[in-house]
Design a protein. Structure first.
Length: 366
């Protein structure tokens, strides 16, 4: 296990992206080390779990505002990252482009601003269009919408402005987005209470970011279903969407095909204990997904075959008090990251996981 960061202040909500050009990950999180609010920090990690840059975190942006919930994606063409986050003090989604070596390509820029909250952003890089798509939960007087905006690899926001992926009167939360590398189309998933309880829905976007077709249901339960995430299998264009059923204490998944038809919903974990957030990534090397989640404040994992069937039983990744998992694959192993309370402050930890070798030694990221 790696502690990517250990600091007297609290660190929360990691996100991670893999750079396949240099065989390293960038882990980002929000951090209270300035003593008055939260800033956005990052740490590069190589494929062996070594902290790069002499182990010193990158101060991505830290100012007088409270900045939280970062997300990150890697641009395989220009070899840069886009890190995005929410500004809680002055409601906005902001971003900064980071070079592969951890230096800064751009300054901070605003993606959307307003008087009501813009929260929990996610970002995906589109290799066909060579641009990013940023999505977020957009507060309205009657609930929340899901909005999006394109951002260039240089950090220039699309002059066409923001647009709605869904603007129903329902309350809509926790968006996640991925781009299919073969044709650049996006799939966005989120939780919506349009049926009276929160269920997971999705919508397809064309490679240019425009909305196509209607939104469609993914989950079929009657309870509250939250925190969806997704990963693509590049061999067949199928996405596997996973989510938590809050009251039942279960983790479920469902394949979504490239034509938006859905496979059979299936159970990944059914321990009936409290489950919190989840993350998923795909290994083309092993033709398997890894799904991780918080279970009774520990981190667990489960292998899932490319056909949507579970492979073996779940396994323990971390037995310390922990929360808010993140995951990325490359080149032959996954990096799982989370916030961890073992040192009496919330720190950022990581673990290398491989289907072939199972668990590597842990890392401390912060």
């Amino acid at each position: 296990m790696t502690n990517t960061q250990y600091h007297a202040a609290h660190q929360y909500n990691p996100a991670v992206a893999y750079n396949d050009d240099d065989a390293q990950w960038l882990v980002v999180w929000h951090d209270g080390r300035n003593g008055t609010n939260y800033g956005i920090y990052g740490q590069r990690v190589d494929r062996n779990g070594t902290l790069l840059g002499f182990g010193a975190p990158i101060t991505i942006w830290d100012d007088a505002n409270s900045l939280q919930n970062p997300a990150v994606a890697y641009d395989t063409t220009q070899r840069r990252y886009l890190v995005v986050w929410q500004n809680v003090t002055s409601p906005a989604i902001e971003g900064r482009v980071i070079n592969a070596d951890g230096t800064f390509y751009s300054s901070r820029f605003s993606i959307t601003t307003g008087t009501l909250a813009r929260t929990v952003p996610d970002v995906a890089y589109n290799p066909v269009m060579d641009e990013y798509l940023v999505v977020w939960q957009h507060a309205e007087a009657t609930g929340g919408d899901i909005r999006a905006r394109k951002v260039s690899t240089e950090g220039v926001i699309d002059p066409g402005g923001t647009y709605a992926i869904s603007d129903e009167t329902a309350d809509e939360r926790y968006p996640a987005v991925e781009a299919y590398p073969a044709d650049g189309r996006y799939l966005v998933v989120w939780s919506s209470d349009r049926s009276g309880s929160f269920n997971v829905v999705g919508r397809r976007l064309l490679s240019n970011g425009s909305v196509t077709g209607s939104l469609f249901g993914i989950s079929t339960g009657s309870g509250q279903e939250y925190y969806p995430d997704l990963a693509f299998n590049p061999a067949n264009g199928q996405a596997l969407v996973v989510w938590l059923e809050w009251e039942q204490g279960t983790l479920r998944g469902r394949p979504v095909n490239s034509d938006n038809t859905r496979g059979t919903e299936f159970l990944i974990s059914g321990d009936a204990d409290p489950l919190y957030n989840t993350a998923i990534a795909y290994s083309p090397l092993d033709s398997k997904y890894l799904v991780i989640w918080n279970h009774s404040l520990n981190i667990h994992g489960q292998w899932v075959n490319s056909n949507g069937s579970v492979d073996g039983g779940s396994f323990l990744i971390c037995n310390q008090m922990s929360a808010n998992v993140a995951l990325a694959f490359g080149p032959d192993r996954f990096l799982a990251a989370w916030q961890d309370l073992r040192n009496s402050t919330w720190d950022i930890y990581g673990q290398l996981v491989s289907f072939r070798k199972f668990l590597y030694l842990p890392l401390i990221l912060r």
